[in-house]
Design a protein around this ligand. Structure first.
Ligand SMILES: NC(=O)C1=CN([C@@H]2O[C@H](COP(=O)(O)OP(=O)(O)OC[C@H]3O[C@@H](n4cnc5c(N)ncnc54)[C@H](O)[C@@H]3O)[C@@H](O)[C@H]2O)C=CC1
Ligand SMILES: O=C(O)C1=NCCCC1
Length: 312
């Protein structure tokens, strides 16, 4: 009989996941995903169950990496929260299976995995697409993803200035007080993004907050929020003037309101750029539209489980 699953808590996942280990693993997974004719990665588009009564969704994100034999699914609930709400907008649990027998080996917290893997993928997009000389980083939104993005972007790159905007100034101020380095708080998006080389959008918005007319030509935007077909963070002008990169084309055309409603064309998947089959147009204005993928959770779940087992 199979052993019962182990339970890995949020603080344990936090201690076990470091960006320096995450980025190379994610690059390998993104490359495999985007290889033409590859049967190495099986990842259907997220199934989403609406929770209308609560203004939220349950997303089911299974993935199987055949060669590494990693079978995993994340269960993630995400919500549209009113300004001032103290409820969390994302709750996630990750299940890691034994693919041969079908039993669950580990049940682990998915919130840290979600925060860190999403930020690490955005950092990969910036590494490939941001202007060669990037001094100013602006973060729009001041929640969990804002902090994980701040951490990985400042650990990976050397910005001279980091700015934050949030719809409530006190949230942005609290964010700026919680970071290791200096962050300036801005009252309007227009001022916050003026002259920025890299802009990260990590809001719960369902209407555009970032407008193309404010974005410096050649800037890179990592757009992480608005993961529903009728939600927006970016306006049509920005979507149409930028070269649009995604994590998964299939996911993007099914789930991204910014892509679907603007009619913007997807130029490439990040994995295609990493494989060298599509170019990184660093000199142009670029948008990386992130939606999140089950394989990203799967590689981290395996890493967490292995490290947890080997803990002294
Ligand atoms: N692409 C991906 O893989 C993932 C995307 N997400 C999405 O990223 C976004 C941020 O997630 P978290 O940081 O976990 O959420 P959070 O709730 O911790 O932070 C959200 C931030 O957005 C702000 N905000 C909320 N509604 C807004 C509005 N209408 N206009 C402007 N700002 C607004 C909040 O004040 C807060 O600063 C969410 O949309 C979430 O669904 C989350 C996980 C993974
Ligand atoms: O990939 C994920 O995880 C999520 N993507 C969209 C919104 C919530 C979580």
């Amino acid at each position: 009989m199979a052993e019962p699953p182990v339970l890995i808590r949020q603080d344990e996942v936090e201690d076990l996941l470091h960006y320096k280990d995450l980025i190379p693993r994610l690059e390998v997974a993104l490359r495999k995903f985007s290889k033409l004719d590859s049967a190495e990665v099986i990842q259907p588009v997220r199934t989403t169950v609406p929770l209308q009564k609560y203004n939220g969704f349950l997303g089911l994100m299974p993935a199987y990496l055949v060669h590494e034999d990693i079978l995993c699914t994340k269960l993630v609930c995400f919500y549209k929260r009113e300004s001032g709400s103290t409820l969390s907008s994302t709750q996630a649990t990750v299940l890691l299976f034994d693919p041969e027998y079908g039993n669950v080996k580990a049940v682990m917290d998915g919130e840290v995995i979600t925060a860190k893997r999403t930020a690490a993928v955005s950092a990969i997009s910036a590494k490939l697409l941001m202007p060669a000389k990037s001094d100013v980083l602006t973060i729009l939104g001041a929640g969990h993803q804002a902090l994980s993005h701040y951490n990985v972007f400042t650990e990976t790159f050397s910005f001279k200035e980091v700015r934050v905007w949030s719809r409530r100034k006190e949230t942005a101020e609290r964010f700026a007080q919680s970071t290791q380095g200096h962050v300036t708080v801005w009252e309007s998006v227009e001022e916050a993004v003026n002259g920025a080389d890299v802009i990260v959008t990590v809001t719960g918005a369902s209407e555009p907050v970032l407008f193309g007319q404010w974005v410096k030509p050649g800037a890179h935007v990592a757009a992480v929020g608005a993961c529903r077909p009728d939600w927006r963070e970016l306006d049509d002008v920005l979507m149409r003037q930028a070269e649009v990169y995604v994590d998964s084309r299939e996911g993007a055309v099914a789930e991204s309101g910014d892509i679907i409603l603007s009619g913007a064309k997807v130029f490439a998947e990040l994995g295609e750029v990493l494989n060298g089959t599509r170019p990184a147009l660093r000199e142009k204005t670029t948008v990386f539209k992130s939606l999140g993928m089950g394989i990203q959770d799967a590689v981290f779940a395996k890493l967490v489980f292995e490290q947890w087992k080997n803990k002294p």
